[in-house]
Design a protein around this ligand. Structure first.
Ligand code: TRP
Length: 353
């Protein structure tokens, strides 16, 4: 069986470090591993509309932002098809049939949807499209016969539901669809990067993000404001490393080599943490180090993004070509699905008997 990756993001804003360590960095590694026969990355504009129906401009304008973020991070259009979800009508068709394989109570139990409904105060009037987006996401994944889906941990319930749909479909209509697996970052910190304010998760709606497109000065200023240990007042005070955002970010970003480059008094992160715990190590120093570590990773991304921004027609072509290639794959799967369901009436007169 072919190894196929499908993944995606909702274009509701520019991508931030949570997206980057949670899955984007890994997607680029997987892309470059040469282990995959096909790779698709989807800009999920139709899904973004399920809770932004009254603000389509926000979704439209962020398609380009997300595409720029992808390309700047190293998603290579020679290896990966970047596609726009709404331009693949087969996704709607597949979703429509999947809707018959999922119960309302099963959707109500989906923990990600539950949390999102609370966050958006949708309790009393949930748009049907939003409520059912896990079904449409199952179509996203299976239309491309994805075997692996590199996403953040919050997407695990979507994959579970997808697998259930695949099994149910294959049982009823015969072996047609492929069961996907989630592919998570091996570093636990990366699965749930906190915001700069120490709140549970980096998220645009909480205003605690560092964006991939932030200028160097902005990144430095955001690190300066980062939540550390409120009990660590004087330099000599012992400090806490757990829940200290600077250390969490270092866990996600820094490598041993970075100490030789930027902070040669310490061999590695464990030594730095020990000193902080003992006392005598100030926040200014650890924040400067983190800024240097981040800048090393973000500077090339920022530069590439600026270059790409000068050539929007190139990005347009990438999206158009990626979407066309994806559609071809999608059309083929959809033919198999119709055949399996025996609704391919006009292929052959006998299917009407
Ligand atoms: N739900 C994903 C998110 O909020 C976006 C998404 C849409 C997606 N379709 C997908 C992710 C298919 C993986 C596979 O980020």
């Amino acid at each position: 069986m072919a190894n196929v990756i499908l993944t995606g993001d909702r274009p509701t804003g520019r991508l931030h470090l949570g997206h980057y360590v949670g899955s984007l960095r890994r997607r680029v590694e997987l892309q470059n591993s040469s282990k995959y026969d096909k790779i698709f990355i989807m800009i999920a504009d139709a899904q973004a509309l399920t809770d932004n129906a009254d603000n389509p401009e926000k979704v439209r304008s962020n398609i380009l932002e997300v595409a720029l973020d992808y390309l700047a991070c190293g998603i290579d259009p020679e290896k990966t098809h970047i596609l726009i979800q709404s331009q693949i009508p087969e996704l709607c068709e597949l979703t429509f049939y999947y809707m018959n394989l999922v119960t309302v109570s099963r959707l109500q139990r989906n923990p990600t949807v539950k949390t999102e409904i609370k966050m958006r105060n949708f309790e009393a009037n949930i748009p049907v499209g939003f409520f059912t987006y896990p079904i449409s996401q199952a179509a996203d994944i299976t239309l491309f016969k994805a075997t692996e889906v590199p996403v953040g941990e919050d997407q695990a319930p979507m994959l579970e539901q997808t697998v259930e749909i695949v099994r149910r479909f294959n049982r009823i209509y015969g072996e047609t669809l492929v069961e996907p697996k989630i592919s998570l970052s091996s570093n636990a910190v990366c699965c749930r990067l906190p915001g700069t304010d120490g709140k549970a998760k980096m998220s645009k709606s909480l205003g605690n993000c560092i964006y991939l497109s932030d200028e160097a000065e902005t990144v430095a200023a955001k690190v300066k404001e980062m939540y550390t240990d409120p009990g660590h007042i004087r330099l000599s005070d012992p400090g806490k490393v757990e829940g200290n955002v600077v250390f969490t970010f270092l866990d996600a970003f820094c490598k041993d080599e970075d100490f030789a480059k930027f902070l040669p008094d310490y061999a590695n992160l464990d030594e730095l943490k020990d000193h902080y715990r003992r006392g005598g190590l100030g926040d200014v120093k650890i924040k400067k180090f983190l800024t240097a570590v981040l800048e090393q990773e973000l500077a090339p991304i920022r530069e590439r993004r600026k270059e790409l921004q000068k050539d929007i027609p190139y990005v347009f072509e990438v999206l158009k070509r990626g979407t066309a290639a994806a559609r071809e794959t999608g059309m083929r799967t959809m033919e198999e699905v119709r055949r399996a369901m025996r609704i391919n009436y006009f292929d052959d007169i006998s299917s009407l008997y």
